[in-house]
Design a protein around this ligand. Sequence first.
Ligand code: FAD
Length: 387
Amino acid sequence: MAQTFDIVVIGAGPAGGAAAFTAARAGLRVALIDRKAFPRDKLCGGLVTGRARRHYAEIFGHEMPFGPEDRKTTVDFRFRGAPMGVISDAPALCATMRRDMDAMICAQALGTGAVDFTGVSVAEIDVKAKALTLKDGRRIGFDVLIGADGANSQVAKALFGQAFDRAEVGFGLEIEAGGDHVDPSAPIRIDLAAAKWGYGWSFPKRCSTTIGVGGLLAKNPDMKVAMAEYCALLGVEAETRSFKGQFLPFGDFRKVPGQGAVLLAGDAAGLVDPITGEGIGYALHSGQLAAEAGIEALKRARPETALALYRRHLRPIHRALRMARMIRPVIFLPAMEAGFARAFRRSSTLRMQYLRLMAGEVEYGDILARVILRLPRLTVLAIRARF
Ligand SMILES: Cc1cc2nc3c(=O)[nH]c(=O)nc-3n(C[C@H](O)[C@H](O)[C@H](O)COP(=O)(O)OP(=O)(O)OC[C@H]3O[C@@H](n4cnc5c(N)ncnc54)[C@H](O)[C@@H]3O)c2cc1C
């Protein structure tokens, strides 16, 4: 006998947690499913931008809790290891551990009334029958299904046959460096060109420093080499086998994020910034928007209209990601990257704009205008370039 819910959410990360919280707070019967029990680890830099914090506060009605030592305002930019400038009064970025942050988000969704199906995987999704089966045999029916199950989304596979396009997807490797490498007062470090069409990062936290490289998978067939070189550059001894990797939909968003009453949110919908790799903010926001679309469709007693409503809500995010994709070659195209690094080194305004973008204080439209002004020739070439 199936249990049925108004909205079933698969995935209890930032997208699924935000979706389940929003739907449960609206009084709907909500199920929240995750194959892992929380707290659980999630490979991620864990850097939370001002934009993400704004969405979090809008959804949950309070500021995201952080200790003062998690707040970072100094960012050290590098290009191939050489300094490109330090900004010491950046809009605050917060260095979190996803294990803690996601457990807090999931607990809020469950505390608001979402029924707890964490710690169990989904075995099968029957979109036509509007039902799914869990690995333990339980069957769950839904009016609206939200797939917030990450880059390797089972829901996206059920709808479209594959979760992402290997030609477009990104990939990241990380380690947590402990011992001598723990220094929460150190600046955030971003190394352009540490990976092709991507970058390297060092995010100092209370108990470790999260070090990683990430970029387009197709341009980095051996990302482990890039990671080993980056660790060597930072003076971190690390065995290749300790590198952990994960796909990242690096700007390859789904133009149609679902089908009828089935919606995709967060990484499952490909909502990651194609320049910075930021995904937490878009995950929170799209989870909220997916739930709101589901709520509206159910109010009209027409769950199949959820996708049309959701697509309308998502337009500003899609517009921003499209613009970022236009700018991306100026930063990452091999013929352009040295020129970009020079401009970045010379211009504290450009560096600050990058950080203000991450804070959600400016949008890609503003940046595009500035880039075109600063680098007219390069920009025209980049936009024309086939990449
Ligand atoms: C190496 C790396 C570094 C990154 N660094 C940053 C950063 O510093 N800042 C930033 O903003 N973004 C960063 N990102 C991106 C960010 O991690 C993602 O965009 C974000 O986690 C997306 O959230 P989500 O809720 O959509 O998916 P996820 O956080 O991936 O959550 C998906 C959930 O679904 C569950 N799930 C998956 N499949 C199933 C299934 N079949 N059944 C049930 N449950 C399932 C998983 O267990 C998981 O809990 C990084 C990504 C990578 C790979």
